[in-house]
Write a new protein. Structure first.
Ligand code: AMO
Length: 451
């Protein structure tokens, strides 16, 4: 076997009539008397292997030992499948491998559940408890393939638009977003925090590089268990200088989404099909409403009066998305103009109506995907907000230094990659869209309160 070079299952159809070697994991073994069929999974997909005792008694004996998830190499001849046996659902569906030799590289314990079906119908806690195993299932892999394309296309789009990628720190001296949902760290005897957002750092880096983005972990000590909140999130952040208005930021965010959806549509057809998912529809100009307009629409639609509320709650988000979908066909809606006092200190108040700000959210199919908007760039105004928000200027001195040396009008935004993945694949729980989700109840293992 050593002499042959490994061929991926996706490439097997280029070797019809030839002998090749494949390597992968046994997904399924099906015995039919003197014939054994194997589904072998490698990084490119699945290939069917036929082990025929008449063709190779040696391979047949070796195949009898195989169990799910054994790691193997198999040598055999590539045969074209007859027309009626072509399987369009797998990458190598026009061929099969007739085995002449099988080598076991690693054995596997008996699986705790069946992984051979197209579906993996496990309760979410079991699915996550056994992540090391369930990650091998093609339907679970599909989620992370989509997520990889989302993150990669975010990068590609921003680079194309002249944004510079940087890495933000995860250990920070101050809380950027406000609120209590922050993890405190004992930092050599000093108080520090896990970063809730690269917000202040992206603004500092923007003040030097003009257009910047980052793909960073952020940490939120969310004190509640919901289907849309994680304690650790992959945040896709961007920040840009020399804007004329907050709508410049909105336009970049919108085009980034359009680009991401296009690439996911092109590259993840199979993955979307797995979940019967249709890409969210983005129309030419995404509908944009002020918070008060959105609340007014909700009132007219269902009589629910949330017109004095400072924010949209999850029910409002669902309802406004449903209204906009009905009115325009769009699965997306921007909502802007939140009460200034209710948002972080750096958000820019509308000069005509300073009680409302120029911050925005992008909602998709009932859930917030993004927050962003224009920021305060004037040093004096920023200092006033630092005082009003009762922050310690010393803790944000590096941020303030940047703004004391000339920062033009600017803004930015951040997407949560898990929320995007969840909504694109129409998953019901965000934990499914995080490879190793952290929440109040889990850090890989379940944190039982009774322990
Ligand atoms: P915000 O706090 O709204 O804004 O976060 C931005 C986006 O990150 C995602 N997100 C989360 N996803 C899952 N679980 C969580 N606990 C969670 N928290 C946030 C959401 C959300 O829309 N600094 C600003 C961004 C900016 O203005 O540039 C910020 O952090 O998709």
């Amino acid at each position: 076997m050593a002499g042959l070079k490994r061929v991926l299952s996706s490439e097997a159809s280029n070797f019809i009539g030839e002998e090749i070697k494949i390597a992968g994991w046994v997904r399924i073994r099906r015995d039919h008397g003197k014939l054994i069929f194997l589904d072998i999974r490698d990084r490119s997909g699945i290939i069917q292997v036929v082990v025929n005792s008449k063709f190779s008694e040696k391979a047949y004996k070796e195949a009898l030992e195989l169990k799910p998830e054994y790691a193997v190499t198999i040598v055999g001849r590539v045969n074209k499948r007859p027309e009626n046996a072509i399987n369009k659902d797998i990458v190598s569906g026009t061929v099969e491998l007739e085995a002449t030799g099988i080598e076991i590289l690693a054995r596997a314990k008996t699986l705790p559940f069946d992984m051979g079906g197209n579906e993996l119908t496990l309760e979410l806690p079991t699915l996550l408890d056994h992540r090391a195993l369930t990650l091998r299932h093609p339907k679970i892999q599909a989620i992370f393939k989509v997520q990889a394309v989302i993150i990669d296309s975010f990068r590609e789009y921003l680079k194309k638009e002249g944004f510079f990628e940087f890495q933000a720190p995860s250990i920070v001296p101050a809380v950027a977003e406000g609120g209590a949902d922050v993890f405190q760290v004992d930092y050599f005897g000093h108080k520090a925090y896990l970063s809730q957002s690269p917000q202040l750092y992206k603004q500092i880096v923007m003040s030097a590089f003009e257009r910047v983005f980052s793909v960073n972990k952020i940490f939120r000590a969310e004190p509640s268990v919901t289907t849309r909140h994680l304690a650790e999130v992959v945040s896709l952040d961007a920040e840009m200088a020399f804007i004329d208005s907050w709508t410049d930021v909105k336009d970049v965010a919108e085009e980034a989404v359009r680009f991401i959806l296009q690439r996911v549509g092109k590259e993840c057809e199979k993955e979307l099909k797995f979940y019967n998912a249709t890409l969210p529809k983005m129309i030419d100009k995404t509908p944009t409403l002020s918070l008060r307009e959105a609340q007014e629409k909700i009132f007219k639609h269902s009589g629910r009066d949330v017109r004095k509320e400072k924010d949209l709650n999850p029910e409002d988000e669902k309802e406004i998305c449903a209204i906009i979908k009905e009115e325009t066909g769009s699965d997306f809606v921007f909502v802007y103009g939140y009460p200034t006092k209710n948002k972080p200190f750096y958000v820019y108040p509308n000069p005509e109506k300073p009680e409302y700000n120029e911050g925005m959210d992008l909602l998709c199919r009932g859930i917030e995907w993004l927050s962003g908007g224009r920021r305060i760039n004037d040093y004096g105004q920023l200092m006033e907000h630092v005082k009003e928000w009762k922050m310690d200027p010393k803790k944000v001195s590096m941020f303030l230094e940047a703004f004391s040396y000339g920062v033009p009008p600017e803004g930015g935004f951040a997407f949560g990659s898990e929320r995007m993945t969840m909504q694109i694949l129409e998953l019901s729980n965000i934990r499914e869209a995080s490879m190793f989700p952290r929440d109040m109840e889990r850090v890989d293992e379940r944190l039982s309160k009774t322990k």
